[in-house]
Design a protein. Structure first.
Length: 92
């Protein structure tokens, strides 16, 4: 049944390393204005991620806070890496 070749969305280690090297080479050849724009965009994404974490973890209802004082801290720590995800997915 089936018959065709299976497609994968995941690349192997060699291809991943090659992609990172290609990205590094393209950044080395980028102009100063492009580097500044990418850095500014990455900083904005860090700010968005921090604001998201603070907004959600700071506005927890009393029903969740009754579970313990560390729930808000844990939620902040779980949401803060979203800014890294924004940066990686955008290619900044």
């Amino acid at each position: 049944m089936g018959g065709g070749k299976a497609a994968s969305l995941v690349i192997g280690p060699k291809e991943g390393y090659a992609a990172i090297v290609d990205k590094g080479e393209s950044l080395c050849n980028a102009s100063l204005i492009q580097i500044f724009a990418l850095s500014t965009m990455a900083g904005c994404f860090i700010g968005f991620g921090a604001l998201l974490s603070l907004t959600i973890s700071g506005n927890i209802d009393g029903a969740i806070k009754c579970l313990g004082p560390g729930v808000g801290t844990w939620l902040f720590a779980a949401l803060f890496p979203v800014n890294l995800l924004f940066i990686l997915l955008s290619g900044c």
